[in-house]
Design a protein around this ligand. Structure first.
Ligand code: G3P
Length: 218
């Protein structure tokens, strides 16, 4: 399984990238808006930090408008992936962009049939939103598992990104159902990394060491 970071914050991306665990970045208009900076500048900076796929989302509603918007974003760097919402117009755009050799990430996927259609249209990635389904008392992880099964049953060339991840257990469960990727907010990455017993263990080692050094008069 690969981990992507789900943020548009440069400091968070730089920090997580330094840990050596990040293979890509996903953004969305809400995440970019939070940074209060120019969209293309932010995407360009991200593409210079992380080598892997960087998802940047279109805001247009029609395929006719999404396609030029996507082509413009794709020019920012070689590793840009165009995030397209899962709509009828989105599918049309994915079909055209795929033919042009542009990678796409179909987002806001809330059912396995939506995901199947995105994969058939040629999407490089599909992003089922786990947390937002859990929020409405629906099992988001079941959707991830269904999508992985459907894609693997037919050898479709699309990767499932478990998205809208809210806590470390989402990542573990996504890994158990063989999601190809989980895109994870920085706070959740930190929560995955930390453990109170690790901190307590380091403290005990240091205390034991210091005590003996003192006894030896060092
Ligand atoms: O990866 C999708 C993500 O950015 C949405 O997360 O927490 O707003 O549902 P959330």
């Amino acid at each position: 399984m690969q981990l992507f970071i789900d943020t548009a914050n440069i400091d968070e991306i730089r920090e997580a990238a330094s840990w050596g665990v990040i293979s890509g970045v996903t953004t969305n208009p809400s995440l970019i808006a939070k940074e209060k900076r120019d969209f293309k500048t932010v995407v360009k900076e991200i593409s210079e930090i992380v080598d892997g796929p960087i998802s940047a989302e279109v805001l247009s509603d029609t395929a006719e408008d999404m396609i030029p918007e996507a082509l413009d974003l794709a020019k920012i760097a070689d590793n840009i992936v165009i995030k397209i919402p899962m709509t009828r117009e989105g599918l049309k755009a994915v079909k055209v962009l795929t033919k042009e050799g542009i990678k796409t990430n179909v987002t806001l996927v809330f059912s396995a049939t939506q995901g199947l259609m995105a994969a058939l249209a040629g999407a490089t990635y599909v992003s089922p939103f786990i947390g937002r389904l859990d929020d409405i008392s629906t099992d988001g992880m079941e959707l991830v598992a269904d999508l992985v099964t459907v894609i693997e049953n037919y050898g479709l060339n699309t990767k499932v990104i478990a998205a809208s991840v809210r806590h470390p257990m989402h990542v573990l469960q996504a890994a158990k159902v063989s999601a190809h990727i989980a895109t994870v907010p920085f706070k959740v990455l930190e929560a995955m990394l930390n453990h109170p017993l690790t901190d307590a263990g380091i403290k005990r080692f240091k205390d034991d060491w210091a005590k003996v050094q003192k006894e030896l008069g060092k």
